[in-house]
Design a protein around this ligand. Structure first.
Ligand SMILES: [Zn+2]
Length: 207
């Protein structure tokens, strides 16, 4: 491992982040534009509430949809109503996708991917970029919604930038941002293709 922890030691994390996030700013703006152009509808929120078994607080938009149109992953604002910081900006909601990612975790997928990160520098670099991409997206979302990023400015999701801890979070990023955004999310999506794919509807119909 050649990477060192470069987390800023000052409390002003936003300034320290700006340079690192700059290469991802344009893509982040475009994605936030897309989200805000089509905010979550009442029907979307109702479906996600059934998928999660709870009301999706702070849901901004549907970030990815199944071939049938149902939400697969949602975009959630950086600060929930009541001032609660929420780092998992891309959140997996499809029960079929959640189940498929859990199967990979249960069969040791996270160990495989952590080994891959340790062995392969190009994957490691791409994974670090995925982390910055995630932060750039949330930073832009926070600016546009007027949300504070206090407490979560350097926190992405799923164990990024150096570990794989939650495939659900990484898969959600891949679904929201598309192929190439997160190498481990991409590998997870490939691995579960027989069980889940955004292009093949396997939704259990209940609406
Ligand atoms: Zn479907």
């Amino acid at each position: 491992m050649t990477e060192t922890n470069t987390a800023p030691t000052t409390t002003d994390t936003s300034a320290a982040n700006d340079d690192a996030l700059a290469p991802f700013a344009d893509a982040a703006k475009a994605l936030v534009d897309r989200c805000l152009a089509e905010p979550a509808s009442d029907e979307d929120i109702a479906i996600v509430e059934r998928q999660l078994g709870r009301y999706p607080r702070g849901m901004v938009a549907v970030g990815a949809r199944c071939a049938c149109g149902r939400p697969l992953a949602v975009v959630t604002r950086p600060m929930l109503p009541g001032g609660i910081p929420f780092p998992t900006t891309c959140y997996l909601t499809s029960p079929e996708a959640v189940k498929a990612a859990s199967h990979v975790e249960a069969e040791g997928g996270m160990r495989d991917y952590n080994e891959l990160l340790a062995e392969d520098e190009s994957v490691r670099n791409a994974y670090h970029d995925a982390h910055l991409r995630y932060l750039a997206f949330r930073h832009e979302l926070a600016l546009r919604l007027g949300d504070s990023e206090e407490h979560i400015a350097d926190t992405s999701a799923g164990g990024m930038p150096t570990r794989v801890k939650c495939l659900h979070a990484l898969l959600a990023q891949t679904l929201v941002m598309g192929p190439g955004a997160n190498p481990i999310g991409d590998l997870t999506l490939e691995r579960i293709a027989g069980e889940f794919s955004p292009t093949v509807c396997r939704c259990a119909v209940e609406d």
